[in-house]
Design a protein around this ligand. Structure first.
Ligand code: M6R
Length: 362
């Protein structure tokens, strides 16, 4: 049942405020972050290996920034299909964490089995509690997103991010890296995030207008720095999956190492850049794009919009949130851009060609 929406994807994008609330209330109590038994003793984890495919991999990649910065925990992230055949050493002190919406992705499950007797513990972040990946983990953490029907993952991604951020905060606490004040600021903003999501979903018209023109493009670039880099990758994946437009994401700092050669007036560039500690650097990359005739669609906050100047082609302005929470919020315009571009192109949004919801064969 599409609940009155034209597509499951639109419904699932719109459900994000409520499913994120569900994910938060499952793990956040009055006294702090609570994990189901047996919990995770983060003080003893020396390193974390995170493995997944597709969108779930980008959730892991985002979480790497969180675990490293907030908790000082070294994290390796990998794509399951590479990890399993590379047969990497998994040293004592390593915990392994697998992320999967379906919990049935063949490569992710094989990577989990590879780690079985090597890692100290196997954890998973899943949407389907009865799934194989959940059953074969020492601790499976459900994301509470509800059934996701659209092939393009949307609400599962933001719920994966929510659970992973709570884990990173828990790790930061356990490792004595987070002062209570900083923690409270993040948790307060996180509790308010479902409301902030609603504000972001209200930017739909601006995004739809940009999408009408993006639909004409043959290639689109996504740029982001820091926490916005994994999100740029996710935005490009979402767009190519459902609109069939060739989209590629780069870390902004990589622009001059190659991809800038692609930029001309035919290649729109989506820049994800809240006015955070890295904003100035991203803006200078954006100016390089505009100097070559590139049309920039900037997704930012009010301060970022004011600082970016008026040569920007389109600006999507989001509410202010603490830097650490930006991936959650900026995921929404990335999904909406893909959705509206696909609708403008008339593709099959919920069941794009050549793709299956759950990849249970290699
Ligand atoms: O069920 P999983 O989370 O393990 O699936 C992983 C990928 O197949 C999945 O995220 C895929 O990339 C989506 N179609 C992305 O929108």
């Amino acid at each position: 049942d599409k609940g009155g929406y034209k597509h499951f994807m639109a419904k699932e994008i719109a459900e994000q405020p409520s499913v994120m609330s569900a994910a938060l209330s499952a793990y956040l109590t009055d006294t702090g972050i609570a994990l189901p038994d047996p919990g995770i003793d983060f003080a003893r984890v020396e390193r974390l290996v995170m493995v997944a495919c597709g969108t779930a991999y980008y959730a892991c990649f985002t979480a790497k920034y969180w675990f490293e910065k907030l908790a000082g925990l070294p994290v390796e992230v990998d794509i399951a299909s590479e990890f399993r055949y590379r047969e990497p050493p998994v040293l004592p002190g390593t915990s392994a964490l697998f992320v999967s919406q379906s919990g049935e992705t063949a490569d992710t499950l094989a990577a989990l089995r590879y780690c079985r007797d090597k890692a100290d513990a196997i954890y998973s972040v899943i949407n389907v509690p009865e799934s194989s990946i959940a059953r074969e983990s020492d601790l499976a953490l459900p994301i509470h997103a509800g059934a996701e029907i659209g092939v393009a993952s949307t609400k599962a991604f933001t719920c994966q991010l929510t659970v992973l951020l709570l884990l990173a905060l828990k790790a930061a606490e356990a490792r004595g890296r987070l002062d209570p004040e900083a923690r409270d600021e993040i948790l307060t903003a996180l509790r308010a995030m479902p409301g902030t999501f609603n504000t972001a979903l209200g930017r739909d018209e601006v995004i739809e207008a940009a999408a009408q023109q993006l639909a004409e493009a043959r290639d689109i670039l996504f740029l982001g720095r820091g926490l916005m880099y994994p999100l740029a990758l996710e935005g490009a994946l979402k767009l190519k999956e459902i609109s069939y437009i060739h989209a590629e994401a780069y870390a902004s700092g990589e622009l001059k190492h190659g991809p800038i050669a692609l930029v001309d007036s035919n290649v729109p560039v989506i820049v994800m850049a809240p006015k955070d500690s890295l904003f100035e650097k991203t803006v200078s990359n954006m100016q390089e794009v505009m100097a070559r005739g590139g049309r920039v669609c900037l997704v930012t906050d009010a301060a970022g919009a004011a600082a970016a100047g008026d040569e920007v082609w389109k600006t999507v302005v989001l509410p202010d949130v603490p830097e650490v929470l930006t991936p959650l919020l900026y995921a929404l315009p990335a999904q909406l851009l893909a959705y509206h571009t696909a609708v403008a192109k008339g593709t099959d949004v919920d069941q794009p060609r050549n793709l299956a919801k759950s990849v249970t064969v290699e």
